[in-house]
Design a binder for this molecule. Structure first.
Ligand SMILES: [Zn+2]
Length: 354
């Protein structure tokens, strides 16, 4: 009932000066925690699932879980998004299972590890746009390869990410190419590469302009002021959670993320409307579970460690919703649609079985 597409959500965000964090899920605790947080601060949300998550949870389980979350929280507009689709089939099946938005990541080939050339990227992204737009779903494309500008290395997440080492000519998004890419493919949002990478080890030190290329976003936004930009790998990896993990038996030395003030700046000034955050939720969850195991070694009821973990995720999600200023906007979206004289849209009709 309250499902919304990425395009509808990001159009509203761009118009009202805020951005949406996109949170990855693969289980019930994460799903409930995210929605609890969204309801508490009256924010719309983007929930996304990678191919790895779809494999882990099973498509049917994920689809029913999203149905359940939308039913439990009817007032929260929720966009269900495929993270890093590796080909048209992945995107098509996501839409079949109720996703309202897909990412076609044509920066890598279908094996999700070989960097692809520009023509391949355009071809495969355009094919997905044609297909998704038939049924009203949105498409995020990616130009440039996500990876560290410090080391030239990618960080594999859920089996996705290039292998080996790439040069500065291949990693960051080329602003000229971005203009042509958006025009040719007609994507609804564009993920750009500017030095962020997936995981908890994005930088070896607090990042400066050489390794976190904010100038790239600035330039792309200047040339494409009406395109919704997406930052991937944008967890902040808060030190207090790394400390907790390490205090309770973990081993995560030197984990570093994207500073929250840099993300806020990109949202305020450079057209960034969607910020992907996965690691921070994993960290919050893991830190809490470790704490329970370390301080209550006799505990063996999963609810007594998954419950606190869920609360930790809820707090982290609230922090992000406030940071990106989407808190307070759920009602506004509903009112916006009411003003147009119709309820929040059902974005598409489910395909009929052949
Ligand atoms: Zn990503």
């Amino acid at each position: 009932m309250a499902r919304i597409t990425l395009r509808q959500l990001l159009d509203h965000a761009a118009e009202h000066d805020y951005a949406l964090p996109a949170f990855n899920i693969n289980n019930m605790e994460q799903g409930l925690a995210i929605m609890e947080a969204a309801e508490a601060v009256n924010s719309p949300v983007i929930i996304q699932a990678s191919r790895g998550a779809r494999n882990y949870a099973n498509d049917i389980m994920l689809a029913r879980m999203i149905d359940a979350l939308a039913e439990i929280y009817p007032n929260i507009p929720v966009c269900m998004h495929q993270d890093h689709g590796n080909g048209p089939a992945t995107c098509a099946t996501a839409i079949q299972y109720g996703f309202t938005s897909v990412m076609m990541d044509g920066s890598l080939k279908a094996d999700a590890k070989t960097p692809a050339d520009y023509d391949y990227n355009v071809r495969v992204t355009r094919a997905v746009v044609d297909m998704a737009h038939w049924v009203g779903a949105s498409v995020e494309g990616e130009l440039g390869v996500l990876g560290s500008l410090e080391t030239g290395m990618g960080e594999k997440e859920d089996g996705h990410g290039f292998e080996g080492k790439l040069g500065h000519d291949q990693l960051p998004t080329d602003p000229d190419q971005a203009v042509e890419f958006v025009k040719t493919t007609q994507v609804d949002a564009l993920a750009i590469a500017m030095g962020t990478s997936h995981g908890a080890y994005k930088f070896s030190r607090k990042p400066d302009g050489a390794v976190l290329a904010m100038g790239v976003i600035e330039e792309i936004h200047r040339r494409l002021p009406n395109t919704h930009l997406v930052m991937h790998g944008s967890s902040s990896v808060p030190q207090e959670f790394i400390d907790l993990v390490n205090k309770y038996g973990g081993n995560m030395p030197n984990a570093k993320g994207v500073p929250e003030d840099q993300i806020s700046m990109a949202v305020r000034n450079y057209g960034v409307c969607k910020v992907n955050i996965d690691t921070d939720l994993r960290l919050a969850m893991t830190a809490k579970i470790r704490e329970v195991f370390a301080t209550k070694p006799a505990e063996f009821d999963p609810r007594n460690y998954l419950g606190p973990a869920r609360e930790a995720i809820t707090k982290m999600v609230q922090r992000k919703l406030h940071m990106l200023n989407s808190a307070g906007k759920a009602d506004e979206i509903t009112r916006h649609w009411e003003k147009l004289g119709r309820p929040l849209p059902r974005y598409y009709s489910k395909p009929k079985a052949a």
